[in-house]
Design a protein around this ligand. Structure first.
Ligand code: AN0
Ligand code: CP
Length: 317
């Protein structure tokens, strides 16, 4: 595997789940695979889970790991070509990327949508430059439009907890004070459809996601209707995708907060969220702390999804 963005990169998802279970059972079983190999993790944005779980995954595989927080200690990077660099940016991404590629065998990149130019964001302009100019296999650690390590961990978590063959999995928008990317919901919808589940996406008007990611899901603006009969409820905020409001916050409607009353509409559903989560906005304390909350198992499975992905990349070096 040379790159990791979508479920198609993993091939058969059920096989990937079996591989994940084997790794979870013995996470050091491939500790020789990464000997004398180096993983470089580049963060343009903050992270707790991705930073820790991806480092741990690489250590499970015997790799060396270098972590670079681009905005803390590195030179400020220009990302646009053709500009006169007379401002505060000392180095261009087009030199920085091949230099970084010299020091490692694999690269993970976190670079959120910038909400300045939708075409740049949706063409994954930043991470595609890493693919083009680093000479190394590259995986997304949440790039502009996708968060596949999260969606793979969520898929593993649902397979572990489902009690029916084809669960009803509901992705619901919930309110948040700041503009957030569409990457997590895009990938979640895409992976859950690929897994063959009954997928419902519920959001207020104006918050419809890019149809390329929701194809195969049922779309609704009625959260209560979506929640009826749900086996898994996945809450997430995202900003508007449609023009002319791309990247904007259009609503903070607290009627969309996932509460015990909302969960009572479901078929005793599990509650899921990728974290970090804002309590009282996205979800109430009782729901996230309750016995049906899977937020910690999801986070734990980030180590497992990352181990499978890095293992597959090492195998194809
Ligand atoms: C980010 C997002 O919504 O994409 C990261 C989630 C994994 N969340 C925040 O910035 C709060
Ligand atoms: N879920 C997730 O990716 O969290 P971080 O932003 O903390 O890495």
């Amino acid at each position: 595997m040379k790159q990791f963005f979508s479920p198609a990169d993993l091939g058969d998802l059920h096989k990937a789940f079996q591989e994940a279970l084997e790794i979870k059972n013995n996470r050091y079983s491939h500790v020789e695979l990464g000997r004398n190999k180096t993983l470089l993790l580049i963060f343009f944005n903050n992270s707790l889970r991705t930073r820790l779980s991806t480092q741990k995954a690489a250590m499970n595989l015997g790799m060396n790991v270098i972590v670079l927080d681009v905005n803390q200690g590195a030179w400020k990077l220009e990302t646009q070509r053709g500009v006169i660099m007379d401002g505060d940016k000392s180095e261009h991404l087009l030199e920085a990327i091949p230099v970084m590629g010299c020091y490692c065998d694999l690269i993970g990149v976190r670079s959120f949508a910038q909400f300045q130019n939708k075409a740049d964001d949706y063409s994954e302009a930043i991470i595609n430059q890493f693919i083009k100019y680093s000479g190394r296999p590259v995986f997304s650690m949440e790039s502009a439009t996708v968060h596949p390590l999260q969606a793979f961990a969520d898929y593993i978590t649902i397979e572990e907890h489902k009690t029916v063959e084809r669960p009803r999995v509901v992705l619901t928008w919930a309110p948040h004070p700041k503009a957030l990317p569409q990457a997590v919901p895009n990938s979640f919808a895409q992976w859950m459809v690929a897994a063959g589940y009954e997928v419902v996406v519920a959001n207020p008007e104006g918050y419809d996601l890019d149809p390329q990611f929701t194809a195969g899901a049922t779309l609704t603006h009625d959260q209560d209707e979506a929640l009826r009969g749900a086996h898994f409820v996945y809450a997430k905020n995202w900003s508007a995708y449609d023009d002319p409001n791309y990247g904007k916050v259009l609503s903070k409607d607290m009627n969309w907060t996932v509460s015990a009353e909302k969960m009572a509409l479901t078929d005793n559903a599990f509650f899921m969220h990728c974290l970090p989560v804002r309590r009282g906005m996205i979800v109430t304390d009782d729901v996230i702390e309750g016995p049906r909350s899977l937020v910690i198992p999801e986070a734990a499975n980030r180590e497992i999804s990352a181990t499978v992905v890095i293992k597959r990349m090492l195998e194809s070096l």
